[in-house]
Design a protein around this ligand. Structure first.
Ligand SMILES: *Cc1c(COP(=O)(O)O)cnc(C)c1O
Length: 433
């Protein structure tokens, strides 16, 4: 999104401006300033030729809301802009967006490498359900980028990481991992849910695809499920013959080749026109509307999330009942230098800590807080508390939990937008109990 009144030097709008405006314009017929919820399943064709062109992907337009919807399209354009990407396709949830990405990339028998430090649901999706589709995930310790290189095989088709990782406190060396992917000729996929594009733009550091669970900080208020898949537009799918799904003729579209026909947004087109079309995990227009509205205040909210998280983390670090705090925004964190490099505006508002009293004290704390809600979400305006080992990371083995930073004593906080003093007071009272 840019302003080209200055013909020779177009002005590129800043992040905050794009968060409010990108992808949206007043409705041309009614003048409605806000993006309407286009609560419709289908769209009238001009004539038979127009319909045929739409179905053949020879013209852009709306056919049926499983594929595209005008409200969802605004969100897609906004997210592509905020991530400095080329194009975006939204999905019903973060997990659905991950499925669209991998279905578009992979053939049965393909492999990929993922960080062990991931959202628990992703570890289960990759390790168990994807396995049944013939896609094998090798999990590696992500703290040494060379571990990704060591795990490469001729069948490896992607690397998947969370840079600022759930359940929190961890920052990976994104630039170094991007080099490994680049050398191997495979895309680096970054789940940027926890950082949001306000704190980190993975594409600027060499990522090829970005995934979001928009359910979290982007929708921001605990109202709406959603996911997004954003492509950088820079990956050359034809360079090494590893991605036949992008370079070979597509039988369902008269032998069209997605890479050749659509170039730098071919991946998004294929994810939409094949994976979304055939599996159907589309985002609802109402959820897109709530998410668009929330993104308008993303920068202001994230600044406040970060300031509150820093205050709460410092309080916990100084408390005698607290054994350790893992928040990359603290000087004591082993990830502090990586956080300064990749997350100069702050290390997010999700982090973990442990109590001297271990498992039992953790359970007691979760049950003693008032203002913090005990639930399995993150990125809400409200502050949230959780014991990952008994909830989000419950399906994992002890070893997987430990590796993912979700051991038995770990408490996870998602710090919201309340007054920091009230949050600290709530934790102080609960710790005293
Ligand atoms: C929640 C989450 C997901 C899954 O997203 P859903 O919208 O719940 O499907 C994936 N990655 C991360 C980091 C998450 O926090």
């Amino acid at each position: 999104m840019s302003d080209d009144r200055r013909k020779n030097k177009p002005h590129k709008f800043g992040f905050e401006t794009r968060a409010v405006h990108a992808g949206a314009a007043p409705d041309p017929i009614t003048g409605a300033r806000n993006t309407p919820i286009y609560q419709t399943t289908s769209y009238v064709f001009d004539d038979v030729d127009h319909a045929a062109d739409l179905f053949n992907l020879q013209t852009f337009g709306f056919i049926y809301s499983r594929l595209t919807n005008p409200t969802v399209s605004v969100l897609e354009e906004r997210l592509a802009s905020l991530e400095n990407g080329r194009a975006c396709v939204c999905a019903a949830s973060g997990h659905a967006a991950q499925f669209l990405a991998f279905f578009t990339l992979f053939e049965p028998g393909d492999e990929f490498i993922a960080s062990k430090n991931l959202y628990g649901g992703s570890i289960t999706q990759f390790g168990l359900s994807f396995k049944r589709l013939g896609w094998t995930c090798h999990f590696v310790d992500p703290f040494d980028p060379e571990n990704f290189r060591l795990a490469l095989t001729p069948k490896t088709k992607a690397i998947f990481i969370e840079v600022l990782a759930n359940p929190g406190g961890v920052v990976l060396d994104l630039e170094a991992i991007a080099v490994v992917a680049q050398d191997a000729g495979i895309p680096l996929i970054v789940d940027n849910t926890i950082a949001t594009p306000y704190l980190l733009k993975p594409i600027d550091w060499g990522a090829d695809l970005v995934i979001h669970s928009t359910t979290k900080f982007l929708s921001g208020h605990g109202t709406s499920m959603g996911g997004a898949l954003i492509e950088s537009g820079r990956f050359d799918w034809a360079r090494n013959g590893k991605f036949p799904s992008m370079t070979e003729p597509e039988p369902a579209y008269h032998g069209l080749t997605f890479h050749e026909t659509f170039g730098d947004f071919g991946f998004t087109m294929k994810a939409r026109a094949v994976a979304l079309r055939d599996f159907g995990p589309s985002m609802s227009p109402a959820n897109a509307f709530y998410t668009i509205t929330a993104i308008e205040s993303l920068s202001a909210r994230m600044d406040r999330h970060v300031a509150n998280a820093e205050a709460v983390a410092k309080f916990l670090e100084a408390h005698p009942s607290v054994a350790w705090v893992s928040y990359a925004g603290l000087k004591s964190s082993r990830f502090h230098n990586l956080a300064k490099k990749y997350l100069p505006k702050g290390a997010g508002s999700l982090f973990t800590f442990g109590l001297n009293g271990g498992y039992d004290a953790g359970i007691k704390l979760v049950e003693s807080v008032n203002l913090f809600s005990h639930l399995a979400n993150i990125g809400d305006t409200r502050s949230l508390i959780l014991h990952p080992a008994s909830t989000t990371h419950r399906q994992l083995t002890d070893e997987q939990r430990e590796a993912a930073g979700a051991g038995p004593d770990v408490i996870r906080l998602s710090v919201g937008l309340e007054s920091a003093d009230d949050l600290i007071d709530d934790l102080e009272c609960a710790l005293a109990a």
